[in-house]
Design a protein around this ligand. Structure first.
Ligand SMILES: NC(=O)C1=CN([C@@H]2O[C@H](COP(=O)(O)OP(=O)(O)OC[C@H]3O[C@@H](n4cnc5c(N)ncnc54)[C@H](O)[C@@H]3O)[C@@H](O)[C@H]2O)C=CC1
Ligand SMILES: CC(=O)[C@H](N)C(=O)O
Length: 343
């Protein structure tokens, strides 16, 4: 099979690799769509994210979906021809975190495209069948691939307890922020405010239903939220930019007794946070790391047309054009690029 292998920062090689063969509990999937995520671009540009360093040639891509072409002998729930979305993180299933249900916190998780584990920019992937979710007829494999960022949105809204009638502030209008907005509306939020520093991103968020957008490079966020919420503040603030000023601002714009969810990965681990504000205003501050038990929910939301994920895709390209696609994905006005494979 063909696979796009990152051999050096900013250098892919299309290499011929042997087809993977599924184990007894696995399915062999012919990949159809893979999204280009910000973390793929980061590995492409810098060859590392924090302590995760690309030391050997690595296949990137963890937002994927395709068609089952072979199943292992123990697999009953899927059959060749089924279209599936692949949940990219497979936990050990045995540790304390897995056993208490927090499998996304497993320290031995094998996550696609996180060194040393290969991802899905390849013609075939063999994957545990219980981390492959069957797509209904009405859900495309593009949407199936985008169940991954949608899952980040679902998990963060669950962490924030987003509910009916809430005003939710989402900071950062990248793909993750947009997926959070989609999920927040689906969870019953009536008002979603979105921030960014790029006006095109905010225009796009507006087109997709944001009630208020704030360009924090030009406008005072606290004043804008105060005005919009009659001085109360947002019920839930979900930080999805990773920018330090944005992280710091979250506790200034959430209402007393409200909830802050931190999703964006800050470049610096030490971001000043006024703990007295947290105590005095009785804030709930949650981290949100990837997701657990979200794929069925994501597929259900897509089947019900309760969310739109395909609308964030700016371009589709082939595996052979992966270098150009990554260069294009790095442009600040681009939200999502996809690599697609022929049937
Ligand atoms: N916790 C988790 O499980 C996950 C975290 N992430 C992180 O979430 C963040 C968002 O991911 P993507 O949407 O893919 O990233 P992205 O880089 O495409 O989007 C971030 C957006 O924030 C905007 N921004 C920059 N400074 C800002 C500021 N001061 N205020 C408001 N917006 C600002 C940027 O213009 C951009 O539109 C990243 O930090 C990423 O690493 C992504 C996936 C999973
Ligand atoms: C941080 C990321 O973007 C990535 N989706 C991951 O979960 O590692």
């Amino acid at each position: 099979m063909k696979a796009a292998v990152l051999v050096e920062p900013t250098e892919f090689e299309i290499r011929e690799r042997s087809d993977p063969s599924p184990g007894p509990d696995d399915v062999l999937v012919a990949i159809r769509d893979v999204g280009i995520c910000g973390s793929d671009v980061h590995y492409y540009e810098h060859g590392r994210i924090g302590d995760y360093v690309v030391e050997d040639p690595l296949v990137l891509g963890h937002e994927s979906a395709g068609e089952v072409v072979e199943v292992g002998e123990n697999v009953d729930a899927l059959a060749p021809g089924d279209r599936v979305a692949l949940e990219p993180g497979v936990p050990c299933r045995r540790c304390a975190h897995c056993k208490r249900g927090d499998y996304h916190l497993c320290e031995d998780v094998e996550f696609m495209a996180t060194p040393p584990h290969d991802g899905a920019f390849a013609e075939y992937v063999s994957w545990p069948a219980d981390f492959a979710y069957k797509l209904p007829e009405s859900v495309s494999t593009t949407e199936g691939a985008l169940c991954e960022p949608l899952s980040v949105g679902i998990h963060s809204c669950r962490r924030g307890g987003v509910g009916t009638g809430d005003t939710v502030l989402v900071t950062g209008a990248g793909p993750i922020g947009l997926m959070i907005m989609e999920t927040a509306f689906a969870a019953g939020a009536t008002d979603v405010i979105v921030t960014d520093v790029v006006s095109e991103k905010l225009d796009f968020a507006s087109e997709r239903g944001a009630d208020l957008t704030v360009n924090v490079a030009e406008t005072d966020l606290e004043a804008a939220v105060e005005e919009y919420t009659d001085g109360v503040g947002a019920d839930v603030v979900i930080e999805a930019s990773g920018a330090e000023p944005s992280i710091r601002s979250t506790i200034d714009v959430v209402r007393r007794g409200g909830t802050v969810v931190l999703v964006g990965l800050a470049d610096e681990a030490n971001v000043p946070f006024d703990v007295l504000d947290v105590i005095d205003n009785e804030l709930d501050v949650h981290g949100s790391f990837r997701y657990k038990n979200t794929y069925d929910a994501a597929i259900g939301l897509l089947e019900d047309d309760a969310v739109d994920v395909a609308g964030i895709v700016d371009f589709e390209s082939s595996l052979d054009d992966i270098d150009d696609s990554f260069q294009r994905a790095m442009r600040p006005d681009v939200v999502k690029g996809m690599i697609t494979f022929d049937d």
